[in-house]
Design a protein around this ligand. Structure first.
Ligand SMILES: *Cc1c(COP(=O)(O)O)cnc(C)c1O
Length: 383
């Protein structure tokens, strides 16, 4: 058994990252400033997006989007139930209805076919999720949204570095990235709102800082112009420069991080072939580049003789951490009661919600760590 605990995720922070943060702290300007502007520029360079707005979180980005699209009572937003609860929570808090859609059983991606039957005249927005680091099949979803005149925003929290048909996620349409510490790169907490719509980018930029017509940092005044006026009531969702400088440094290592994640994923796949109690996710059938945000397996409850929760607990006893991405939103207490939704209505989501488990995956893991996880799994499943 492992001597020390292997967490399921751990950010890769270098001494140079720490020094860069210390330099910002010493500089006299620690909130939104030059590093924010540079981080936004570099995310545009990396993804090919036209406009990027750095924010306090991806959740903040979704909140601002709902506000910018004026989504409220009477409106519906279609989102997979297999997502992080931030999206349905914000839709609900806006007074609108989260309409949950199923996903493919083995990729956890939603699709045009699944979304289509949920569209009504009240549908204002569709939010597909690029799950675990692979992309959703966007071409059919984009044409559906275009045909029906419905806004589309991609939840790209797992997808920095992901490509769909040779195009980076972020370049097309509106995409929201997350830099929470478990994501492929981190800013401590943070997010990036990327869009090819200049008017939407301006609106998000305004809403993220009190609805003032300008950013916190202005090069000429070396601070916010004191004359700035409220154009509309806004929020306080800007990113600090302490975070942005970390994001800049992490972004420069994104390719190396994702390469290492892929190597570890390949090793997991090879080693898991011997273990038929666990079923890894499948690769989507269309061309893509995987960012390997998560390595997810499904526990075959009949073959394993234990359920997912017991599997996770027994691994923890063997010093191996795991994650659960995600317990389906429509099966959470609030949404079950609010929607009175039958579990059977989203069969693939419900099936996965009972069985999914994320194994440890982060760039600083060694091959030996993967082998330790496999050994611990074999030990848990041995009888
Ligand atoms: C992490 C995550 C979010 C939220 O990101 P934050 O930056 O923590 O707000 C949204 N959607 C998905 C699918 C996520 O995994």
């Amino acid at each position: 058994m492992r001597e020390n605990f292997l967490p399921f995720s751990k950010p890769s922070i270098s001494e140079a990252d720490i020094n860069a943060i210390a330099d910002v702290l010493r500089s006299g300007w620690i909130t939104t400033g030059p590093h924010n502007a540079e981080f936004e520029r570099q995310v545009c360079n990396k993804t090919g997006c036209a406009h990027a707005v750095a924010l306090a979180s991806a959740t903040a980005g979704m909140h601002l989007l709902l506000k910018a699209l004026n989504i409220g009572p009477g409106d519906e937003v279609i989102t997979p139930s297999m997502t992080w609860v931030s999206t349905p929570n914000l839709i609900t808090l806006a007074g609108a209805k989260a309409v949950f859609v199923d996903v493919d059983r083995d990729t956890l991606m939603t699709s045009r076919k699944l979304i289509e039957s949920h569209i009504t005249e009240r549908t204002k927005l569709i939010v597909p999720v690029h799950f675990a680091g692979a992309p959703a099949d966007m071409d059919p979803i984009r044409s559906l949204a275009r045909e029906r005149g419905i806004a589309l925003a991609e939840d790209a929290a797992h997808a920095i570095g992901t490509e769909y048909k040779d195009v980076p996620i972020g370049k097309t349409g509106t995409c929201i990235f997350s830099f929470h510490p478990i994501k492929n790169i981190t800013t401590g907490e943070g997010g990036m709102f990327c869009t090819d719509d200049p008017a939407l980018a301006d609106r998000i930029r305004q809403l993220k800082f009190h609805g003032l017509g300008v950013d916190a940092y202005d090069r000429t005044t070396h601070g916010r112009a004191p004359q700035a006026q409220v154009i509309e009531p806004g929020y306080k969702y800007n990113m600090t420069d302490i975070s942005a400088v970390l994001g800049l440094r992490q972004l420069s290592r994104l390719d190396a991080f994702n390469q290492r994640r892929m190597e570890l994923a390949i090793r997991y796949r090879e080693r898991l072939e011997e273990i038929d109690e666990l079923l890894p996710l499948a690769d989507p059938p269309y061309p893509h580049k995987h960012a390997w945000h998560l390595f997810i397996v499904r526990v075959d409850i009949d073959k394993a003789g234990i359920n997912r929760d017991a599997f996770m607990a027994l691994l923890k006893e063997r010093n191996v951490g795991t994650g659960l991405h995600f317990r389906a939103a429509h099966l959470q207490k609030y949404y079950q009661e609010a929607a009175k939704m039958q579990q059977e209505s989203l069969p693939a989501t419900a099936w996965n919600s009972e069985r999914i488990c994320s194994l440890p995956l982060f760039p600083d893991m060694t091959d030996r760590d993967v082998d330790d996880v496999i050994e611990a799994i074999k030990d848990v499943l041995k009888d």
